[in-house]
Design a protein around this ligand. Structure first.
Ligand code: TK8
Length: 337
């Protein structure tokens, strides 16, 4: 055996096949990257994964092949996160909110009414603060490549429009699996039910919960308008998505391959945000056409909600988040300058 393998190996090396993993060798099988996500293929998330895949194919000359798996077909956000950490899956995109299971400080983004507009969010996420927080992930088995926009979250339900925080009274509201959300909505008087996104449509359909909160893009792409009557524009949280890679798998890549993924992630960020923002403008009209009753919460009532939810900040700080919160607030104060 040995005598036959050696010459083959030698000629492969001579052909440069084993020495230059990114250069031309068409006979080497592409590395398959399973990239899981929770939303439908036809969503801002799905479109951005597709664009990222094309970019990776282009930059790697076809040596790296990203396969997108939408609708949580590889598992919900928490399950995928664990699969990445264990090395059983290569990539995913999901809400930063579910990263609290990995590092509690990620809950800072979920504090109510933290960002007033997309510009503030972009400045903080794309600046030193955002990358510093991503820099915490490798120690936990994940590599964070970039933030995408999930967007400002709004409430839907089947009972009545939400005009004031008192209207949350008695509403069973699905929230992400994150203590900041549970506290926030319980402080409004809702009955907050933490649940994986992948179970949400059925839970709404069977009335296990009365409502949920997500950006208008998601309310459209997940067809929540089929099972929800009222959409109340509250913009209570700006929610980022984060593109992550399994650290175990990442460590086995060459520097060139890592660069391809990072560069493609950087390009995908601009694409995804532009696409999401353009779609959000159209979604409200679409949802109205589908028969949703839409109301905009007044500034005065939003201020009452903000005041009511303030204890969430103190609680987050007291539970070990004081430093990360102060850092974020300082980054935010600079964003206006
Ligand atoms: C998709 C989720 C979703 C998030 C949620 O898997 O859970 O409500 O907003 O986008 O990450």
């Amino acid at each position: 055996m040995k005598t036959t393998i050696k010459p083959v190996l030698f000629s492969l090396i001579a052909a440069g096949v084993l020495l230059s993993p990114l250069a031309g060798a068409a006979d080497i099988k592409p590395r398959i990257i399973r990239f899981g996500y929770g939303l439908a293929e036809d969503s801002n998330q799905g479109r951005a994964v597709k664009m990222f895949a094309q970019e990776v194919a282009k930059l790697s000359g076809g040596k790296l092949k990203v396969k997108g798996f939408g609708s949580a077909s590889l598992g919900n956000d928490i399950q995928m996160q664990n699969a990445l950490i264990g090395g059983a899956q290569e990539m995913m995109v999901g809400s930063t909110a579910t990263l609290v299971g990995v590092d509690k400080d990620f809950g800072v983004y979920d504090l109510p009414f933290l960002f007033s507009n997309e510009r503030e969010a972009d400045t903080v996420l794309d600046g030193t603060f955002g990358s510093k927080l991503l820099g915490r992930l490798p120690a936990k088995g994940l590599v964070g490549l970039t933030y995408w926009e999930n967007g400002f979250r709004n409430v839907t339900n089947t009972k009545h429009p939400i005009n004031r925080f008192e209207d949350f009274q008695g509403i069973k509201l699905r929230v992400m699996q994150n203590p900041v959300y549970i506290d926030m909505f319980n402080s409004f008087g809702a009955n907050a039910v933490p649940m994986a996104f992948s179970e949400l449509f059925t839970a709404l359909e069977t009335k296990t919960v009365d409502g949920q909160e997500n950006p208008v893009n998601t309310i459209q792409s997940s067809k929540f308008y089929e099972v929800q009557k009222y959409l109340s524009v509250t913009k209570h949280v700006y929610s980022p998505w984060v593109v992550t890679v399994s650290k175990k798998w990442w460590d086995g890549l060459s520097r060139d391959e890592q660069k391809v993924l990072q560069d493609a992630a950087n390009s995908s960020r601009a694409f995804e945000r532009k696409d999401s923002r353009a779609e959000a403008m159209r979604s409200v009209k679409f949802l109205a056409q589908q028969g949703m009753q839409i109301n905009y919460v007044s500034d005065a009532e939003l201020k009452r909600m903000r005041d009511k939810a303030k204890p969430a900040f103190d609680k987050f700080a007291a539970a070990g988040g004081a430093t990360v919160l102060a850092d974020l607030q300082s980054a935010l104060s600079k964003s206006g300058q």
